[in-house]
Ligand binder design. Sequence first.
Ligand code: DGL
Length: 297
Amino acid sequence: MDDKNMDDKNMNDNNMNDNCKIGIFDSGFGGLTIFKCIKELLPQYDYIYLGDNARTPYGIRSFETVYKFTTEGVDFLFKEGCRLIIIACNTSSARALRSIQQQWLTKHPHYLLFPHLRVLGVIRPTVENISKFTKTSEVALWATPGTVKSESFAIEIKHFAPEINLIQTPCPLLVPLVENGELYGDGVDYYINKYWQQTTTNQIENNIDTLLLGCTHYPLLLPSIKKILPSTVKVLTQGELCSESLKDYLRRHPEMENKLSKNSSVCFYTTDQCEYFDNLAQIFMGEKISSQIIQID
Ligand code: DGL
């Protein structure tokens, strides 16, 4: 069967079964920090998680590359029967989401059959809530160079919380540490110290009371980050905010919610070695993970 016929068959099968899943996409392990919270809050749905570990990190790559990799991941999840995709990667959300929503999605062959297909990101749900956490309105953002360069957080903050002064620091080495399972120790502490110094160096009066981890990989380093930062700084992660936002989205969109299958199943895919993915993912998810390897390019 050639690719086109296979696609048509998948579409028809999924159409007949109306067996719509929620897809979670990330460049690697980071999306698990979002998925863990989503699964805890909304355990009834069927999920497919895809980590593009073979091509991580995305955060140091060009707009074009991140767009290409992200659309390939989303396309795979559509073909697997996902109708709602959460891009659980800030870099992809920052660099690819808008183009996907405004151009790519409506031209996708599945969209003609399923006009309720949706792709959502993680930046807006975070920024919508940020004001609740800061008293000084001085908020630091740690993110990948790609996310910082896109100015996506700054643009959304200007819109939703214009009173906030956002101090952005690119942290290019934190993702490689996480992807290599280096979550604790002197090396990790060194880089956290270095990035915190960069964040605070040019502050005449350091009133930062909130550090937003604007990369889904960084919460895996949370114990190390909390150990080093002053206790007056609240470290904010995105998992709870994004899962609450998804719950609210599904409440407001019954046309989507009614189509989602509810068997509490989870399927993990990785584009690199399963054994490695399973070991690290298991530590984070707190349950046994058995992934399958796939190729998406
Ligand atoms: N987890 C991704 C994010 O939230 C970045 C990881 C990467 O650079 O690939 O930005």
